[in-house]
Structures are given as C-alpha cells and as structure tokens.
Design a protein around this ligand. Structure first.
Ligand SMILES: C[S@@+](CC[C@H](N)C(=O)[O-])C[C@H]1O[C@@H](n2cnc3c(N)ncnc32)[C@H](O)[C@@H]1O
Length: 239
C-alpha cells in the first residue's frame, strides 16, 4: 500500500494537473480587485501587502503592478517557482518576494508594517483549529494599526464542495470535506463563523457574496463564495 501523500505533495500534484480554478487562473481574483478599490476609495494606505497561500501568484502580480511591495507565501514549491518566473517576465521581481513557507508558522515579514493581507482560498485548507489560531496570531503580528485583511472562501452552501459535507458539520458553521478528485482537505465555513473567529481584533468593514456557475474538474457547479474585508480594531491593537 502506498504512503498517504502530504499536503504539499497533494498541492504540487494539483498545480501540475491544474484542477481547481484558482490553480490555473491568471486574472486576479474579483475579491482582491474589489477590496483594493474599496480601500482606495476610503484613502487607506496601500504600500505593503502579504499574499497568504499565494499559489501561482495571480493576486501578488496584480498588487505589485499597482505599486505595492508584496511578500507572497505558499508552502508549495512549484507554485512559488511559477510566480518567481512570471514576476521576472513581467519585470515585477523587485516588488515581489515569493517564499516557500507554511503559514501556520510565524510569517517571515521582517518587522514591516503591513497595510493589507489577502487570503484567497488558503485559510479554508487549514484544517486544524489550533493551526488556524496560530495563523490568526501571525496575521495580527504583522498587520499595522490601520491595516486590512481580505479573506475569500467557499461557504457551507457551495455547490461543489457542499456535496461532500455532513449536515451536523454544516449546522456548526465549519464542515470538513475532502475533494475526491485531488484528495485535498478543506473546511467550508459559514460567513458568521469567519466573522466570529477573527473578532474582536478584526472588525468587518465590507463584504461580497458571489453565487455563480464555475467549471471544476470538467463539470459546472453553482459556487457560493464570500469575500470579507476586515479592518484592524485599534482598541485591540497591541504594539
Ligand atoms: C486554492 S489555492 C489558492 C491560491 C491563490 N490564493 C489563488 O487564489 O490563486 C490554495 C493555496 O494555499 C496553499 N496552502 C494551503 N495550506 C497552506 C499552508 N499551511 N501554508 C502555505 N500555503 C498553504 C496551497 O499550496 C495553495 O497554493
């Protein structure tokens, strides 16, 4: 019998096969474009960003092209290699530092005050509660007092992953699923579970719900995703 594959092996294979949409997309996530627009309209600083679980870096490339300095973190080496190559090609390599890193470990940001942390579809793959607590602490450690955090995730109502959940998990707001095609585990959260998890240090500023048909593994499913944009609460800031 073969050994079970580690998360990084599963992701490396996923990037080679190009299965879930964010593995292959080149255009930035609509959630990131929306969040940057919302912050620019409110005149918030946008100089330094961290892209958590950046994958092949479509969002890092977008932010760098807008002039931000980006640290892009992902534990999958072939995705980071693809981002490094693309950043060079687009002459954005002076703006992007792409690092192979597990984001449940302290983030290698080097004392910078980060204006914006983005996470598009990475947090949902952090399957243990204590790892998620570690992630939250690392986020709070780097985010400046005027900083913002964007998270996008497939919710418990998602038409693709929702087929593999247990009703009791759905009711709890955090339902474990394993994608049967690539073997990658995720947690589907409710919007309320995410808001509660990041409180009180982060306060919801704006949100976007997206229901649309998306092709995954060759078939079309009605996806249900959320983008939640949080601001840091100055009352709970410890410098
Ligand atoms: C669905 S992909 C999204 C990629 C990218 N954010 C995007 O939207 O194009 C999830 C990414 O999270 C990364 N990931 C999952 N768990 C991680 C962890 N603990 N540390 C670092 N990266 C992780 C995977 O390697 C994968 O690249």
């Amino acid at each position: 019998m073969s050994e079970p594959r580690s998360p990084t092996e599963l992701w490396a294979a996923e990037y080679q096969a190009g299965g879930v949409p964010s593995s292959v997309r080149i255009a930035p996530s609509g959630a990131v474009v929306w969040a940057v627009g919302a912050l620019q309209r409110r005149n918030f600083p946008l100089r330094i960003a961290v892209d958590v679980g950046c994958g092949r870096g479509r969002n890092s490339l977008f932010l760098a092209a807008m002039g931000l300095r980006v640290t892009a973190l992902d534990f999958t080496a072939n995705a980071i290699a693809a981002l490094t190559q693309e950043a060079k090609k687009r002459r954005l390599d002076d703006k992007i530092r792409a690092v192979v890193h597990d984001v449940v470990e302290p983030w290698p940001i080097g004392g910078q005050d980060v204006d914006l942390v983005i996470d598009t579809f990475c947090f949902k793959h952090i399957t243990q509660r204590e790892w998620r607590q570690g992630y939250k602490q690392h986020l709070l450690d780097v985010l400046s007092v005027r900083g913002h955090y964007l998270i996008s995730f497939a919710s418990v109502g998602d038409g693709y992953y929702g087929r593999y959940t247990q009703p009791t998990d759905v009711a709890s707001g955090a339902a474990m699923v394993v994608d049967p095609v690539n073997g990658i585990p995720s947690v589907l959260f409710s919007r309320e579970a995410i808001v509660k998890f990041f409180a009180p240090e982060l306060v919801l500023l704006d949100e976007l719900k997206n229901n649309k048909p998306v092709v995954i593994h060759g078939a079309t499913y009605e996806r249900e995703t959320y983008a939640l944009l949080f601001r840091r609460s100055p009352r709970h800031f410890v410098s």
